[in-house]
Design a protein around this ligand. Structure first.
Ligand code: FPP
Length: 244
């Protein structure tokens, strides 16, 4: 069946794709390399997937780069991931800017080093007018933490209980102004959300592949989009062809 599916129709291209880039460690292990080599290979792959997103016509791409739970990893790995983030900004920012990519950050910046924080803010400022692709980097991000933060902000601002509704809640999240993800991709086969966009993905379609993130190339991405194009999204309703 899959082989017969043509390139996704433009109207069936998801507007917002979110990715849990899992499996860097296992990719490295399977090659007898250190985990950080897996993260580096994962970073190279990210470059390809950003490019492919532009080519496929995806408008928003959100990537899970570092979760609030990742602080529990060995210090050397944490340091390495911080270093990779810094390196990505140093080495890729100009190219991304030239390609019209707008960088945004979701999560808490406070816990990052002042140097890294400054680089992230600088990248956001530089690219804020770009609109070819909005790239949301979830770094020190957790879905539960995001909801707690939103509630704290509402209380601080004196929002009254009757004013709180779904729309308002969405506006207090780090993703305010961004449409909810249409498609969430998780590489390396795990069947869980891992605290990623737990509010926003309420009606997202999920695509889970056993492929490790560094090997999830443009072709695999295309397969995910083709699968998405065949899904019947009902948002809790009933499709027209199923009406009596
Ligand atoms: C999950 O693989 C991956 C991560 C926790 C980090 C993802 C980071 C990158 C791909 C680098 C790109 C980064 C930035 C900062 C833009 P894992 O280590 O949990 O893999 P495993 O489950 O096989 O151990």
């Amino acid at each position: 069946m899959m082989g017969n599916i043509k390139h996704p129709q433009p109207e069936k291209i998801p507007q917002h794709v979110a990715i849990i880039m899992d499996g860097n460690g296992r990719w490295a292990l399977s090659r007898g390399k250190p985990r950080l080599a897996g993260h580096r290979a994962g970073t190279e792959n990210l470059r390809r997937i950003i490019q492919a997103s532009v080519e496929f016509g995806v408008k928003y791409l959100t990537i899970y780069a570092f979760s609030t739970e990742n602080w529990g990893r060995p210090p050397a790995e944490i340091k390495g991931l911080m270093h990779i983030f810094e390196n990505v900004i140093d080495k890729e920012l100009n190219e991304l800017h030239k390609e019209g990519v707008q960088l945004r950050h979701i999560g808490r910046l406070e816990k990052l080093s002042p140097k890294l924080r400054k680089k992230v803010l600088g990248a956001i400022e530089l690219t804020k007018e770009n609109n070819k692709l909005i790239l949301n980097i979830a770094f020190n991000y957790g879905g539960r933490d995001e909801i707690v933060y939103a509630i704290q902000k509402m209380i601080t601002e004196g929002v009254s209980p009757e004013e709180v509704n779904i729309e308002m809640m969405s506006q207090y999240l780090f993703t305010a102004g961004t449409p909810d993800p249409d498609l969430v991709i998780r590489t390396s086969g795990e069947l869980r959300t891992s605290n990623f966009l737990i509010w926003q993905s309420a009606y997202a379609e999920w695509y889970i592949t056993p492929t490790f993130w560094p090997d999830f190339d443009k072709e695999e991405y295309g397969k995910a989009l083709k699968t998405y194009a065949t899904r019947d999204r009902r948002f809790g309703g009933v499709s027209e062809e199923h009406y009596e």
